[in-house]
Design a binder for this molecule. Structure first.
Ligand SMILES: [Ca+2]
Ligand SMILES: [Ca+2]
Length: 416
């Protein structure tokens, strides 16, 4: 027979029953509060560090809701505790310890959750880095393949004796593979421009001095005091220390450096030469038709990083009007126009026939700087996928028999 509670229905019984109920409620509130805070913090970390941008807003809102619930539950608990303390002061020994144990368990739980989230975050980050590195490798391989393909097109040129701008190798291409990787390839004929490194060659009496050509090109670009620049570039390139703009001059600069006394290997090196600044290569703003002496230097000259015994020539079929003017001489306007008219009909097949208007000496002076085929090419490639891009620049020389030699292979693309 079950014994009947002697206090049932009395005030004492009601007092204890209410106290116990309150205690249960505060415990439940504590648990709800702490768990909600842990979940909220976890969601916030996940949302800010791992989730994709599109999901981030939603995650943060959810985190805020959980943090709000947690905060509300803990606040309610504090209020209830206060009520309980005021009206039900009776304390059983050991009750505090029970509460402490629960708080400890919840704290450990929170700590474990934080560690799990941290591990998750760092492993996700490591995975992402690995994926990025893998994608980068794929892009680099694709860029190298595209460059090789462009060089192959150059080697496959059916007419190696003559080059003009509308040959197959000159076309830029854009290829997208089924995996979403896109490669763009541009081929530039470097013999369209006058190579500044030609100034490194010792002058020959029968040749027109390369410095004179550079001065004419600078004049065509609106620089009417080009002597200093041409002299400084000549001193920088020639392999002796005799001149006004040699190491002695650069040693006085801050920071000091020495003249190279060799050919330029990249565009940035040119900026070390006295008188050559980035501004010199900026394009001029255009208003209507271009007038005389308004050419842009960046369209007239180039830097071909290859050793040479003879000047790297300009291709009569691909060079711009002002480049031809610079090489032949500013005063030879009529001849430049004739060349342009003739090559518009068909590519020129010999330098000699293009120069028939000149006497023997004048022909001998400019002929070493001219050709009807191109020798050097710049291949620029950009490979792109999933918002990541890789660039590659290749400078190549094509020999008479079509063989290709790589002069520079620059991952990252910029040689200057
Ligand atoms: Ca050709
Ligand atoms: Ca020198």
């Amino acid at each position: 027979m079950a014994s009947r509670d002697p206090y049932a229905g009395t005030d004492v019984h009601r007092f204890h029953a209410t106290r116990r109920r309150l205690k249960k409620i505060t415990l439940v509130l504590l648990m709800i509060g702490l768990i909600s805070l842990v979940i909220g913090a976890g969601l916030l970390l996940y949302g800010l560090l791992i989730a994709r941008l599109s999901a981030r807003g939603r995650m943060v809102i959810m985190a805020e809701i959980y943090l709000g619930i947690g905060g509300f539950a803990l606040l309610a608990r504090i209020l209830l505790e206060a009520v309980r303390d005021r009206h039900f002061r009776h304390k059983r020994p050991g009750a505090g310890r029970e509460g402490m144990a629960l708080v400890l368990v919840l704290l450990v739980l929170a700590l474990v959750s934080a560690l799990v989230i941290e591990a998750q975050v760092s492993s996700r980050a490591a995975l992402r880095r690995e994926r990025e590195a893998l994608l980068r490798t794929r892009l680099e391989l694709a860029a190298a393949d595209a460059a090789r393909l462009a060089l192959q097109r150059l080697a496959d040129d059916p007419d190696l004796a003559v080059d003009s701008t509308n040959e197959e190798w000159a076309a830029s291409s854009e290829v997208m593979d089924p995996a979403g990787l896109t490669t763009w390839t541009w081929v530039e004929d470097e013999n369209r421009f006058f190579d500044l490194n030609n100034l490194a060659l010792p002058a020959r009496p029968s040749w027109r001095p390369a410095a004179e050509i550079v001065m004419d090109l600078l004049t065509l670009c609106g620089d009417f005091e080009p002597v200093g620049k041409a002299d400084a570039l000549g001193d920088w390139l020639d392999d002796n220390a005799e001149g006004a703009w040699e190491t002695g001059f650069y040693r006085e600069l801050k920071p000091p450096y020495a003249a190279a006394n060799r050919i330029l290997l990249s565009w940035p090196e040119l900026l070390l030469v006295r008188g050559f600044s980035r501004d010199l290569f900026a394009r001029k703003p255009r208003y209507g038709l271009r007038g005389a002496f308004q050419a842009d230097l960046v369209d007239q000259v180039t830097v071909i990083p290859a050793a040479r015994e003879a000047p790297v020539p300009v291709n009569l079929n691909t060079a711009g009007e002002d480049v031809l003017r610079g090489v032949l001489g500013i005063q030879r306007d009529e001849m430049v126009r004739l060349i342009l008219t003739r090559r518009a009909r068909a590519p020129l097949r010999s330098v000699e026939t293009a120069l028939v208007m000149l006497d023997k000496d004048a022909r001998a002076a400019v002929a070493p700087y001219l050709d009807v085929r191109s020798h050097f090419f710049r291949v620029d490639v950009r490979a792109d996928a999933e918002g990541q891009a890789v660039r590659l620049r290749v400078i190549a020389r094509r020999l008479k028999d079509g063989r290709i030699e790589v002069v520079q292979w620059c991952p990252g693309g910029e040689t200057g």
